[in-house]
Design a protein around this ligand. Structure first.
Ligand code: SF4
Length: 195
């Protein structure tokens, strides 16, 4: 599917009241993004949870608070990165978005990527990676591996919610955040990136 070349106003206009998939039925908010729309690093999760749906902001629940903590640990300020999800409305019971729901919402994500034009995209978890790479990846095996996809460098890592269940993933997660930060700095400095 082609990237929709929206400007921000058009994107928000299209999103407003969107009923393109069944996830519109029980949502309280359309959760679009948080952070800097000119960020060098863009984080993509899978979809809003209960607190995100209530507040209209991504990554504000328990996983989001842990994410904030580890962003700081990696020397990143949440306000200086861009944070969004594959689907903008909460899947019931926090289930994974279904393929048709994700496909309906992907033009918005593609427009966000085209408008932000980040240097590095970090996929938070398997579902986000699935739709950014357009294929399934094994997050435990492929996390931390940087790939060039079109104009962007992409780095998959764990979803912060996985760290709540498995604390032993924390070191790798923080390492990946540090990798994304260094990579963005190197690209900004005009360095040639060898993969
Ligand atoms: S999840 Fe996306 S496509 Fe579905 S209703 Fe919400 S904004 Fe529209």
């Amino acid at each position: 599917m082609a990237v929709l070349r929206f400007d921000w106003n058009t994107l928000y206009g299209e999103l407003n009241g969107c009923t393109k998939c069944r996830l519109c039925e029980h949502r309280h908010s359309i959760v679009v993004s948080d952070g800097d729309p000119h960020a060098d690093i863009m984080f993509i999760g899978e979809g809003p949870g209960r607190e995100e749906d209530e507040q209209g902001v991504p990554f504000v629940g328990a996983a989001g608070r842990l994410f904030n903590y580890h962003l700081e640990e990696a020397g990143l300020d949440r306000r200086s990165v861009y944070i969004c999800n594959v689907v903008k409305c909460r899947p019931p019971q926090n289930r994974d978005p279904l393929p048709d729901e994700a496909e309906s919402c992907l033009p918005y994500l593609r427009a966000q990527i085209a408008l932000v034009r980040p240097k590095v995209i970090v996929c938070l978890g398997r579902i986000a990676a699935r739709y950014v790479y357009d294929r399934d990846i094994q997050i435990t095996r492929q996390r931390g591996q940087i790939k060039k996809l079109g104009a962007f460098y992409v780095l998959p890592t764990y979803h912060p919610a996985a760290l709540l269940r498995r604390e032993e993933l924390t070191n790798d997660f923080v390492f990946d955040l540090c990798t994304a930060k260094k990579l963005a700095e190197r690209i900004k400095a005009g360095e040639q990136i060898e993969l």
